[in-house]
Design a protein around this ligand. Sequence first.
Ligand code: FEO
Length: 386
Amino acid sequence: MKVTISDNIRYIGVDDKTLDLFESQYVVPNGVSYNSYLILDEKTALMDTVDARKTEEWEANLKEALAGRALDYLVISHLEPDHAGSIQRLLELYPDVKLVGNAKTFSMLPQFFDIELDGRTVTVKEGESLSLGAHTLTFYMAPMVHWPEVMVTYESSEKILFSADGFGKFGALDTEEDWACEARRYYFNIVGKYGASVQALLKKAAGLDIAMICPLHGPILKENLAYHIGLYDTWSSYRPENSGVLIAYASIHGNTGKAAEKLAEILRQKGVEKVVVSDLAREDMAEVIEDAFRYDRMIVAGASYDGGVFPCMQDFLNHLVSKAYQNRKVGILENGSWGPTAGRTMKAVLETMKNVTIAEPMVTIRSTLKEENMADLEALADAMLA
Ligand code: FEO
């Protein structure tokens, strides 16, 4: 995919459209890109490598862009293998290249590679700069966005922020799709736990004059930067993005699902414009997690199972705990044919979350939704309106 940055900064990244699961857990129907950039100046600097799955293609891009020149620096923003996976190969090709990273980068790097680092590293600290000639790189530490060694780089002559995983998105670069949808799914599932770290990075970025954001995944952002940065501010502060109710259900034979759909119908009748119903057993869990964070309210509807709740609901709640779900109102509907256990199981998890208000009443149905349950459903729907 041909991507233009500027005369002296070249995109040399690659698309990966055959990956089954990103990080062995996320479906990527439109693939993913591993972005890598080359700055050509008096000195040449490569901004990250790519996943080892695509070393060969990237190596050809690099050689073409260098056109026979030597490579002076490799800036390592992030050591996760989707970006650092070709470092060993790079050093075989350009044994004199200097590796630019921070102290944490170089303490972790030997865990991944057998590379002799002596005399090969340039260790940078917060706010330090490296001149390439007309271009100057300044480094800002971004620990836990998404790993502890992460740093971002600001190039001042062209006002470019190389933002590491920040502002990344699933989807190969030739994919025509809404940025926010797949950037949100990427953000909450991959970086979501580290909202405070993202907030700290946004504060640093606010002091920079940024004309372009070059992330490690997804499109280069050149326009409407306030929109993208604003979404990152909303997401990382755990504020809901939209008004709406997500109803996530875990149904064994479909009866809990029918109750969830009925509840959605009641909510719509009561004027809730956005109600999203998701089947946790069949839909992409990462998408449902994204929606949980997107909307200001959620209802969990689960079947009782083995003295707890049906496993896909337990899994969903565990994911929400691990991604620091908070600041939302949550309603509970349980189903149990004998001794219902789903409600108390789900409630116990929700009660561990920060600033989660549990709406009353919790609704219990027995096997199937009956007329006698309708008053409770109405009452729960009313409680979700406020
Ligand atoms: Fe794209 Fe955290 O690696």
